[in-house]
Design a binder for this molecule. Structure first.
Ligand code: 9WN
Length: 439
């Protein structure tokens, strides 16, 4: 046993406490005040940590999310808790007003998605199941068998229905789908989205009642976010002719790197389930997605990966942390791996990586995805380092992340210069990923 004064033991215990506090019976909330429902990619990051302290909850959480999957395969970015009042989060279920065909559970959901990290999460929970005895292993196999066809349907929705640019990549139709909401990567594409500021008067922002305005997206961003929801909703959440019917369709390097990584995790899962042919197909798809990222999202002049607007064909000029995440893909050509590591080490980023280029005019040390350090994307970046055998760098990043959380708490995000904790103070994925980094 480790002494309680040991900083790692303290951090472990505080992380486990955060996850206990944020458990809501059949799902985890990202944080009690700011985000009182279930979020899609949060569930995946959280499962990675629950694998160590409570795998039954990891499986339950994933199951709650996938019970709200739509018949077309999309996994909603929020599953609303019916026990929480409509005005506790905006936009709530009334605004999303999803159609009846989405299914009974999905009626209380949104109609957009988030990065498909769940196959990787399921694989991680399964990988650690043996530490919880024979019961843990059999629970994990049953959960994998239940999840597998649902995870496949999620991938097929994204690779078929969402290939708006016809490039073999998935497009996001809303910045919220990236999980990196107000990243400068969307600034140029959002310029085409009408901003109806009067909408915000009719629907006041709930986030500003519980968080600091300077740490959150601006009203202009929110007016566009709400307008995009309204347009997608009024089109029945259809993905047909997206680039003509919807003012925002963008290929994000992080989203698509996670899409490719999911195929590799599905190959592993298919192997456990004895589906050898499926496993081969998943590996082929991962290779195709990697090739499409390397072809479509690479800028040979700056030697960086950037988001591409599927409507205009233009690469975003902004260099953001999302451009470092193709590192997660094992088949990425060696020269691209080198370029990503150079960019990560440069004065623009540094480790742990801020969410956006420190040297850019848009850099904002407190405003959400425009500067602060987030643990989840750094965890993905570290994973990429391990995939490419960069053990020293991965260890340096692991220590830097743990230091940040140990000194400042399980915050949602951190000031990239002082380390000050920002946003929600007891944030589930920060706690969950600390468990993984400590294990
Ligand atoms: C909108 C829950 C989510 C995360 C996202 C993060 C933030 C929501 C918001 O919180 O987005 O989906 O209200 O700002 O940007 O990554 O999943 O933690």
């Amino acid at each position: 046993p480790v002494a309680v004064s040991d900083p790692s033991a303290e951090l472990w215990q505080s992380a486990a406490r955060v996850l206990d506090t944020n458990w809501s019976g059949d799902h985890m909330v990202p944080s009690r005040r700011l985000y009182p429902h279930q979020w899609s990619w949060d569930t995946a990051f959280i499962a990675v940590g629950l694998a160590f302290v409570n795998p039954a909850r990891a499986w339950r959480d994933l199951r709650s999310l996938f019970e709200a999957q739509w018949p077309d395969g999309r996994v909603p970015h929020i599953v609303f808790d019916p026990a929480t009042a409509e005005d506790d989060y905006f936009p709530g279920p009334g605004f999303w007003n999803v159609p009846a065909y989405a299914g009974r559970r999905a009626r209380g959901s949104t109609g957009i998605v988030q990065p498909p990290l769940h196959a990787l999460a399921a694989w991680e929970v399964y990988r650690h199941a043996a530490a919880h005895g024979a019961g843990g292993v059999s629970e994990a196999r049953t959960a994998l068998a239940w999840l597998y066809p649902r995870l496949v349907a999620q991938q097929e929705y994204l690779t078929d229905r969402r290939d708006a640019g016809g490039s073999g990549l998935a497009s996001i139709v809303h910045p919220w789908e990236s999980g990196l909401d107000n990243s400068p990567a969307w600034d140029e594409a959002l310029g085409n989205v009408p901003a109806d500021l009067a909408l915000l008067e009719r629907f006041p922002r709930r986030d500003l009642a519980v968080a600091h305005a300077a740490h959150r997206p601006t009203d202009l961003d929110y007016a566009r976010y709400i307008g995009l929801v309204r347009n997608y909703r009024d089109g029945g959440y259809s993905d047909t002719d997206l680039t003509q019917r919807h003012p925002f369709a963008v290929e994000c390097p992080a989203f698509n790197s996670i899409l490719g990584t999911a195929e590799l995790a599905l190959a592993q899962i298919a192997g456990v389930l004895g589906l050898t042919g499926d496993a081969r197909r998943h590996r082929d798809r991962a290779r195709d997605i990697t090739a499409a990222i390397a072809r479509r999202l690479w800028d040979p002049v700056t030697r960086t990966f950037r988001a591409r607007d599927a409507r205009t064909g233009r690469l975003s000029p902004a260099r953001c942390v999302s451009g470092l995440l193709p590192l997660m893909l094992p088949d990425l050509p060696a020269d691209r791996v080198t370029a990503i590591m150079e960019e990560a080490r440069s004065e623009r980023f540094g480790l742990p990586a801020p969410s956006a280029d420190r040297t850019a005019a848009t850099f904002d040390t407190r405003r959400y995805w425009r500067g602060p350090v987030w643990i989840n994307v750094n965890w993905l970046l570290r994973r990429g380092m391990l995939v490419h055998g960069l053990r020293g760098e991965a260890e340096e990043l692991r220590r830097a992340m743990l230091r940040l959380v140990h000194e400042h708490g399980h915050y949602e995000y951190f000031h990239p210069e002082t380390g000050e904790g920002l946003g929600a103070p007891t944030f589930s994925w920060t706690a969950a990923l600390c468990l993984d980094l400590l294990a």
